[in-house]
Write a new protein. Structure first.
Length: 195
């Protein structure tokens, strides 16, 4: 056989036959080693009947893990949120107004005159005067004015130190002003914004 023929035969056998690597055993890959997870501990607080005494076994096995129950965690979460809100609110003082003239209204003239000179914090969320629909504290007459709203309860409490007789009139004749959420409105022309 000639040299060209031998080379052609070798090429033919190499191209025509599958590679020897296809017949070898596959190399086994190592299996991943499982990593053990730490156990999860959920604190458990035994629940007792309302009038039952805790057993001696429960008394001996008590520890501090019951402090972090779900209810305790929720109370801590909401309590922290409330305290954060209160601190933020105190950090940003409410805008204030000073009463400079006799405000209109259903109260007697001497009672309305007692507001003059008093400084009052504005209601939550109010920073400027705005058009407000108002209702008379005694007559229930409706009208609209541009002014500032203040908490009725806070206003009467501050009036107590400034003019106790006038504050007593509000408590005796218009006690609904002292309920939470009730607002007194002072028109813009009888007060001055304090920055």
């Amino acid at each position: 056989m000639t040299r060209i023929g031998f080379t052609a035969l070798a090429l033919l056998l190499t191209i025509g036959n599958p590679s020897w690597a296809q017949f070898l055993r596959p190399i086994p890959l190592p299996r991943p080693v499982p990593v053990p997870r730490p156990p999860i501990h959920v604190p458990h607080v035994p629940v007792h009947a309302p009038h039952a005494q805790p057993s001696q076994a429960n008394a001996d096995s008590s520890d501090d893990s019951g402090l972090w129950t779900g209810a305790g965690s929720l109370a801590l979460l909401f309590g922290g949120g409330y305290l954060g809100y209160r601190c933020w609110k105190r950090r940003t003082p409410a805008a204030r107004i000073r009463i400079t003239d006799i405000p209109p209204g259903d109260a007697p003239d001497a009672i309305r005159r007692a507001w003059i000179g008093l400084e009052l914090p504005l209601a939550d969320g109010q920073t400027v005067s705005k058009p407000i629909a108002v209702v008379g504290v005694l007559s229930n007459g409706e009208e609209s004015t541009t002014g500032y709203a203040v908490s009725g309860k806070t206003a009467v409490e501050l009036l107590t130190a400034h003019a106790p007789e006038a504050a007593d009139w509000w408590r005796e004749n218009a006690d609904h002003v002292m309920t939470d959420g009730y607002q007194l409105v002072f028109p813009e022309y009888v007060c001055q914004r304090i920055d």
